[in-house]
Each structure stands twice: as structure tokens, then as C-alpha cells.
Ligand binder design. Structure first.
Ligand SMILES: Cc1cc2nc3c(=O)[nH]c(=O)nc-3n(C[C@H](O)[C@H](O)[C@H](O)COP(=O)(O)O)c2cc1C
Length: 145
């Protein structure tokens, strides 16, 4: 069955965008379709699709600027029935490792949306090319979801 995926990207320096593109390629090879959102807005994202939030963390554990308006708009929104995955990029030298991804996971759950698999948190210190690790882990998530 073909599934459409809405890939919501939070990025400052582009690494999460590369990860999103690699995930999209994998999904496409499996016969699915996708849209990548680099300036995500709630109204622009299809609620009948599966969502993937792919975001880094910046500042002192904050979400990148481009995804902050989207994250704020989740408050008081009902997304019951929406299924989602989370892929976070971070650096374990910060004690706020992947806090942005963790915050948006909580915000999504508070809307009533359903997390389909354990969130993926990639340490870019250990994986300087995070897309390879992300694809490997995400393929496992698809199998268990
Ligand atoms: C100024 C700055 C602050 C950062 N703060 C955090 C942080 O608080 N927690 C974390 O896990 N990673 C942090 N990182 C690491 C980034 O999340 C990591 O480099 C990531 O790969 C960047 O992805 P992007 O290019 O998609 O933004 C920080 C990086 C920079 C440059």
C-alpha cells in the first residue's frame, strides 16, 4: 500500500535536511510518496498522511528557528488520528542532547497524535554522516510500527 509521508524539517545548518532527503529516498524506493516541509505550517500539512518530524537542536536545547512557529502552533490543536515518527539530531557534548526533538515529540503527543515507533536520536559526534544511521534506524522503525 502506498503511504504519503509529510516530512517536517527543523534545521539551522542543513544536516537535518540531508537526513530528511535520505529518508524520503528510502520511502520512495519502498513505493511511497512524500512532501518535505522546510517552512512547516499546520495548514500546509496533510492530516491524512503519516508525519515524520526530523529536527536538530540548537541554542540551549531549543528547536531551530524554522520549525518554532510550527511547534508553537501545535498547542491547543487536535491531531487525533495523525500518526508520526520523530528523528532527532543532536550532539551528546550538550547536556540538552536532542531536547528539541524531545520537546516536539511531547507537543505532538499532547495533540492526541500517535507516535508509531521509538524516537530516533542521532548523536552527530558518533555519526558524522547522520543520514546513513538515520536510514538504517528508520527502516527498523518501519518494520516494527
Ligand atoms: C550553536 C549550537 C548549539 C547546539 N545546541 C545543541 C543542543 O543544545 N543539544 C544538542 O543535542 N545538540 C546541539 N547542537 C548540535 C546540533 O544539533 C547538531 O550539530 C546538528 O547536526 C545540527 O543539525 P542541523 O544542521 O540540521 O541544524 C548545537 C549546535 C550548535 C552549532
Amino acid at each position: 500500500m502506498t503511504t504519503h509521508y509529510e516530512i517536517i524539517v527543523g534545521t539551522m545548518l542543513g544536516a537535518s535536511e540531508y537526513v530528511a532527503e535520505a529518508i524520503a529516498k528510502t520511502l520512495e524506493q519502498l513505493g511511497n510518496t512524500f512532501t518535505i516541509h522546510l517552512e512547516p505550517t499546520l495548514s500546509g500539512i496533510n492530516k491524512d498522511s503519516t508525519w515524520i518530524v526530523c529536527t536538530s537542536t540548537h541554542g540551549a536545547g531549543e528547536l531551530p528557528d524554522n520549525i518554532q512557529p510550527f511547534a508553537k502552533s501545535l498547542k491547543d490543536t487536535d491531531l487525533t488520528g495523525v500518526n508520526f515518527y520523530v528523528i532527532g539530531l543532536g550532539d551528546t557534548s550538550y547536556d540538552t542532547f536532542c531536547h528539541g526533538a524531545k520537546d516536539i515529540e511531547t507537543a505532538m503527543k499532547n495533540t492526541g497524535a500517535t507516535l508509531l515507533a521509538e524516537p530516533i536520536h542521532i548523536d552527530v559526534l558518533e555519526h558524522p554522516i547522520p543520514e546513513d544511521e538515520a536510514v538504517a534506524l528508520f527502516q527498523r522503525s518501519l518494520e516494527t510500527a
